[in-house]
Design a protein around this ligand. Structure first.
Ligand code: PLP
Length: 494
């Protein structure tokens, strides 16, 4: 009881935020970076946009502000408070998003050539991690909703099968929740992975809020994961790019995490990002339950009303998702099927944004995913419900949903490690002539940032057809040199 009270008192503090506030208020003849010197030399338009308070607090690693790579002051204190709040043994603050956390996780868990079991719907950052570390992915195909290609995640049985075939795997990585909020039975996966004495790494980029309400799916740390990466900026109140990496237990070499993070992050970390992590943790520790109660109520109201008022179904957890391995759905993600209105997700996204003042998180061929968080108000969800009703009534058409069907991406056939293919001599080929070759680059629709091709994968004719469809739909493509997908970079034959 006394320990709980001590923790509650400690969680009310925000040591890094307070240290930054103190330094921003201090008068100082600044002969250090950044060059704008506490905003004095900032471009006027930037000062108008951000305000002088923000610029005065844009400070470097002054002695009172600690050092991200050798923390012993307010950063160390803030990270320790974060570890306690999220249920970790140790936490690190990240200034380059979950992207650098994922790469650091793979560099820490794998030596070059080591196998890592990965779901094929992993985010691009896991592939970047494989390129940086030299790890060889053993891909597990996630179960998909057949009609729309929405991945429900990987089932414990699929991980079991992958480990049975690859007993020499050094780690397993799981993405949970998925972009749409699907959560698999992580406790069962953790049990299976730990039976082989190897660590379970979890990309919880979309789940930093899970620890703060019992009606949300269990958090990865609570389910027994060894290493968890969270984009605190995606679902909490931290600034964009601010993220955390958490560890528990002894299966991960924490010294190696620290070295990897130093390899991947700037030596001039932005203190607004770091302080925002401290503030977001404090907010969740003090008000997380109440904030999540409100967010859940808003999400429930929208989930109940959208089908009635707009005639559009909202994705729920069906028996087919359950048999595909999903055991829970984060209710704060609303994925609306817009195909009954005769619209593709991409068309609906444009209409909502341009005509109705609503912006979704992620368009898909048939769906739009809306991310609700502690920042949303009832006026936002009311606007969403109303706008979806208008979308159906005024902009809907009679086009059959089959018109937006995207064929299946064929299963992965990885003939070389992503690192080997990335560094191999390569050449550019027109997309139409790329079938039969090995990709030298990632091809990644964004959002959601799940690559269709990764370096080292054989390019099947069906993959070319799939990419042609994406090109026709005008989907934004990243990762590859030609974002218009006229050409692909392929490994040159020896
Ligand atoms: C599943 C997943 N993992 C990792 C990332 C990378 O996160 P960040 O944007 O914080 O670098 C993303 C980003 O969208 C993501 O969706």
């Amino acid at each position: 009881m006394a320990a709980e009270t001590d923790n509650a008192t400690a969680q009310a503090q925000a040591p890094l935020l307070q240290a930054l506030q103190a330094q921003a208020q201090r008068s100082d003849a600044a002969f250090y970076t950044p060059g704008h010197k506490r905003g004095q030399g900032s471009p006027a338009a930037l000062a108008r946009l951000l305000g002088m308070a923000a610029l005065r607090s844009d400070l470097p690693e002054l002695p009172e502000l600690d050092d991200l790579f050798a923390p012993s002051g307010p950063i160390a204190e803030a990270q320790a408070l974060a570890a306690a709040a999220f249920g970790a043994d140790r936490s690190w603050f990240l200034v380059n998003g979950s992207s650098c956390g994922m790469a650091a996780a793979m560099l820490a868990a794998c030596d070059p050539g080591d196998k890592i079991v990965l779901p094929r719907n992993s985010h691009q950052s896991a592939i970047s991690g494989a390129i940086a570390s030299g790890a060889m992915p053993v891909f597990v195909e996630p179960a998909c909703e057949p009609s729309a290609g929405l991945a429900a995640g990987v089932a414990p049985a699929a991980i079991d099968a992958a480990l049975a075939h690859h007993p020499d795997a050094r780690a397993v990585l799981v993405v949970r929740p998925t972009y749409q909020g699907f959560c698999n039975d992580l406790a069962a996966i953790a049990d299976r992975v730990h039976r082989d004495g190897i660590p379970l790494l979890v990309d919880e980029a979309h789940g930093a809020h899970l620890a703060f309400h019992p009606e949300l799916p269990q958090s990865a740390l609570a389910a027994g994961a060894d290493l968890v990466v969270q984009s605190s900026h995606k679902t909490l109140g931290a600034l964009t790019q601010a993220a955390m990496l958490h560890c528990q237990g002894a299966r991960i070499d924490t010294e190696r995490i620290a070295s990897a993070l130093q390899l991947l992050q700037s030596s001039s970390p932005n203190y607004a990002l770091l302080a925002s992590l401290d503030a977001a943790r404090q907010q969740m520790a003090l008000e997380g339950h109440a904030r999540m109660t409100q967010t859940l109520a808003l999400a429930k109201r929208a989930r109940d009303r959208i089908p009635h008022q707009a005639g559009l179904p909202v994705l729920g957890l069906t028996p087919s998702h359950r048999s595909g391995g999903a055991s829970a759905l984060d209710p704060t993600r609303l994925t609306v099927d817009v195909s009954p209105a005769g619209l593709s997700g991409f068309a609906a996204d444009g209409l909502l944004r341009d005509r109705l003042g609503v912006t979704a998180e992620c368009p898909l061929p048939h769906h739009l995913t809306f991310a609700l968080s502690l920042g949303n108000a009832a006026s936002d969800t009311d606007c969403l419900i109303r706008s979806l009703a208008i979308l159906s009534e005024q902009f809907g058409c009679s086009q059959a949903s089959a018109a937006f069907a995207l064929g299946e991406r064929p299963p992965s056939d990885l003939s070389r490690s992503p690192r080997e293919a990335f560094f191999a001599p390569s050449q550019s080929l027109p997309l139409e002539r790329a079938a039969g070759e090995v990709s030298a680059e990632s091809v990644c629709p964004y959002p959601p940032g799940i690559p269709v091709l990764v370096p080292g994968e054989a390019i099947a004719p069906a993959t070319v057809a799939y990419l042609q469809q994406l090109r026709r739909l005008g989907v934004r493509i990243t990762g590859c040199r030609d974002p218009h997908l006229r050409a692909l970079r392929v490994v040159r034959a020896p």
